[in-house]
Design a protein around this ligand. Structure first.
Ligand code: AMP
Ligand code: ZN
Length: 810
């Protein structure tokens, strides 16, 4: 096989695997095998750039940078949709349609995906362009970014028309969104608010390699173009599917508005099981000929109607407003709610965003509030039920001092957030910075989790991230402490609360040994632990025998429970009650203490008042949301090893790890590429900083203030002493064939311009941005501007084509 055939066949094969995996959700080879094949193709294409292809599967990994997104006019306008909210609205619509159309009308019902709309143009089966909706008339060219979305076919299959546009929605499925947020929280960043905004934000990232890492999907719903040979909307969905697009199977044909309503009712409930966000149903007149007759209003097609699902709302009580301090010192107020079911999950907390929001809602502790789960993952409080406000309620006073370190808070003009300015002394800021430092995209120190960092800080082993590099195995072995899980352990009357499922599980240990799953099932069928006595029918799978033992145990000890000490609400029981049940008072007097805190547990353990105290400790870990963290000697060794290994991380990761406010991975990379060493970055002026890609004025001043902070200078000196990389490592070159040559590239090429530039660098050449006497070659692409040509001729600069450039590499 020739190299060319080999490349083509690999491309073909990988395309099919992408399709199996991302469109059909049915992979036929392992991820590893796929990666190996992709690597092989990458190598071949790098060695033989003349056979590369802008739509090769290798382009999925991204790399192209878009500084300014070009505005493109849509060939066919992208309309909005009219909305309806009730059966009546839909019936009205049908009446209007019947006035304009004779005979029966069929409808296609589809889900309304909540993401960012996109228009894809295909020519001869290849993806030519991807443009955002913009204002409907023109949008932004985001082709480089969209190419990285694996469910967007770069090359179509089957019997497709030579040219058409296809519209769809780019969505971020929950699973991927949650994972992205977990990673962000791990490094102390604010989580993203909702999948929709994150999806549309992703399309406008400058670095397509970043987009490639996001698990976006593209769901298609509309084909436009002329002479397509399609007669109905439903048929167009089937065709699109056959050409390789991802078209969800939920779509259904309906012969009447009643059937449409059935579809709506079904999905209003079922949508909660979908992997991505939907906010309604789109009903479309099925016949394209009917669609033509109906036409458009100024804003929307007359032949389509969106039916919006109602956002689910519940009311609950605001127990307490607490305040969290982030890694940057930003304060976020949090509403702690009486747990309540909403859209399939139990909601306990909601963000209140900032002081303005609290003032706007005039929200107070003790208020009954309405909570809604719309597009946001974190539920929102929309309003206060003033009729239920307690008579003694007083307006919420926003805190003036940091809840963690008591420093007075500041609020910069124009900023919504309050900040704790105690950069060097505020615990969550210090710990947050260390967590960020060790996170995967920064120093990637494995084996050192969130809990361990807190443990090390708690025992005064690390006060900033440079201390990590001076830790000795001996001094960290055997450290331990109790950790609070902020998500649970809801407090009322200062008592720790235990989720009912966990309580049942804990109680049954040693007697019935119910599994955690079965305990949760029982918990679901009661709302109060005492209701267990009345339970008539056991949840499926729960063994009668084990359940009877649980009842037995409850009975045996129930007389010891004092009512004053007992309460439970909304699926929670008090920890004290639980302990009373498990260890009745006559055997252990320790539980007369009213509230149970960590110190108490620790004290109890150290006093050795419990005969089998390990069991007791286990019990607490099992039933409460308290966790114990500790470092065993084997772990200690691993941790020290991982810390040492991290010294090899390249400069760009080190710079990112430092945690300068708003310097993300991309900015860190750009700074490193520009300055090459930390020393020259430290000396940089404001103007030099702002001249760099992605570095705006506020980031520039953050950088300056970071390095002018004396504590930071000391920390950096220690990191240098430890041997971290503060300079760019010299890259290994593929060849030195272009050594000493300066290139300017201009116009369009068969491969992305950035890839071309990369080839130049990999072979020892240098890219310069503008023509001068020192330019060795101008590589001329399609549509190069005439002024460039003139300037090159004037300066006697050699102009070569893309092909001639490849010849230089031979
Ligand atoms: P709106 O933004 O509320 O005017 O709704 C119109 C938008 O809904 C369109 O621009 C699409 O991006 C989006 N949409 C989501 N799913 C569909 C679908 N199945 N058919 C048509 N439009 C859809
Ligand atoms: Zn503070």
């Amino acid at each position: 096989m020739t190299i060319k055939d080999q490349i083509k066949s690999l491309q073909e094969e990988l395309r099919q695997h992408n399709y199996n995996y991302y469109v059909l959700d049915n992979p036929t080879i392992s991820d590893y095998e796929f990666d190996m094949k992709l690597k092989k193709l990458q190598e071949l294409e790098a060695k033989h750039p003349e056979f590369a292809d802008a739509n090769s599967p290798t382009q999925r990994v991204g790399g192209a940078i878009t500084k300014n997104f070009e505005t493109v006019k849509h060939e066919h306008r992208m309309y909005s949709l009219d909305n309806s909210y009730s059966k009546e609205d839909l019936l009205d619509w049908e009446t209007r349609l019947k006035k304009m159309i004779d005979g029966p009308i069929q409808f296609t019902c589809e889900l309304k995906y909540d993401g960012a709309s996109i228009s894809l143009t295909y020519e001869n089966g290849s993806l030519l362009r991807a443009v955002t909706r913009g204002d409907g008339v023109q949008g932004d060219d985001v082709t480089a970014n969209v190419k990285t979305i694996k469910s967007v076919p770069l090359q179509l299959k089957g019997d497709y028309p030579p040219k058409f546009d296809i519209r769809g929605e780019i969505v971020l499925p929950f699973e991927g969104f949650n994972k992205m947020n977990e990673e962000r929280e791990e490094i102390g960043e604010e989580p993203y608010r909702n999948p929709r905004n994150t999806a549309s934000g992703s399309l406008k990232l400058q670095d397509s390699a970043e987009v490639a890492k996001r698990p976006l999907e593209c769901l298609l719903y509309n084909i436009t173009g002329s002479n397509l040979g399609i007669k109905t909307q439903f048929e167009s969905l089937e065709k699109a599917r056959a050409w390789g697009f991802k078209v969800p199977n939920a779509a259904k044909l309906a012969n009447s508005i009643d059937e449409v309503l059935e579809f709506v009712e079904y999905w209003d409930v079922k949508r909660h099981d979908l992997p991505y966000e939907t906010d309604g149903v789109v009903v479309k007149v099925n016949s394209l000929q009917h669609q033509d007759e109906l036409g458009y209003t100024a804003k929307a097609p007359r032949w389509a109607m969106a039916y919006k699902f109602k956002a689910e709302q519940v009311s609950t009580i605001l127990l307490e407003i607490t305040y969290q301090v982030g890694r940057t010192g930003a304060i976020t107020p949090v509403a702690n709610l009486e747990p309540v079911e909403l859209a399939g999950t139990t909601v306990k907390r909601a963000s209140l965003h900032n002081a303005d929001q609290i003032e706007k809602l005039d929200i107070r502790e003790g208020d009954t509030v309405f909570v809604e789960k719309g597009g946001e993952i974190i539920p929102k409080i929309i309003a206060v039920d003033l009729s239920k406000r307690p008579s003694n309620s007083t307006p919420t006073q926003y805190i003036t001092h940091c809840p963690e370190c008591e420093t007075e808070l500041i609020r910069q003009a124009g900023e919504a957030q309050h900040y704790c300015p105690n950069y060097n002394g505020c615990k969550p800021q210090i710990i947050g910075r260390i967590q960020h430092f060790i996170s995967r995209k920064a120093m990637d120190i494995d084996g050192l989790g969130k809990g361990t960092v807190e443990l090390l800080f708690h025992h005064d082993k690390v006060n900033n991230y440079s201390d990590l590099y001076f830790l000795k195995q001996k001094e960290i072995e055997g450290l331990r402490m109790w950790l609070d899980n902020p998500d649970a352990g809801l407090k009322k009357n200062n008592q720790l609360q235990v989720p009912l499922g966990k309580a049942i599980f804990g109680l049954s240990q040693g007697w019935g040994n119910l599994s955690r799953t079965h305990s949760d099932l029982i918990a679901e069928s009661v709302s109060d632990i005492m209701e267990i006595f009345n339970l008539k029918k056991l949840p499926e799978g729960v063994e009668e025998r084990k359940f009877e033992r649980l009842i037995d145990m409850l009975n045996k000890t129930i007389h010891t429970v004092e009512l004053s000490n007992y309460y439970s609400f909304s699926d929670y029981v008090s920890f004290n009650l639980l302990l009373d049940l498990k260890y009745p008072k006559d055997t252990l007097d320790l539980f007369e203490i009213n509230s149970l805190d960590i110190d108490f547990i620790d004290e109890a353990l150290s006093l050795n008042r419990f005969k089998r105290h390990e069991k007791f400790e286990d019990f607490i870990v099992k039933v409460s949301d308290r966790n114990r963290v500790g470092i065993q000697s084997k772990n200690a060794e691993k941790i020290i090893e991982a810390i040492q290994t991290s010294k090899k991380r390249p400069f760009e990761n080190v710079l990112y790890a430092l945690g300068i406010r708003d310097v993300g991975e991309v900015s860190a990379k750009n700074l490193v590429n520009h300055f090459l060493t930390l020393d020259s970055l430290v000396e940089a002026s404001f103007d030099e900083l702002t001249s760099i890609r992605d570095i705006g004025e506020s980031v520039a001043s953050n950088i300056l203030s970071f390095f002018s902070n004396e504590a930071n200078s000391k920390i950096i000196a220690r990191l240098k002493e430890a041997g971290l990389n503060f300079e760019v490592e010299k890259k290994e070159l593929l060849s030195e064939k272009l050594k000493g040559l300066n290139f300017v590239v201009s116009g369009k090429f068969s491969i992305e311009r950035n890839v071309l530039k990369k080839i130049i660098e990999e072979n020892g050449g240098k890219n310069v941005s503008s023509l001068s006497k020192n330019t060795s070659y101008l590589i001329v692409g399609e549509n190069m501007g005439p002024s460039k040509k003139e300037k090159a001729e004037k300066n006697d600069i050699k102009m070569i084509s893309e092909e001639e450039f490849y010849d230089l590499l031979k």
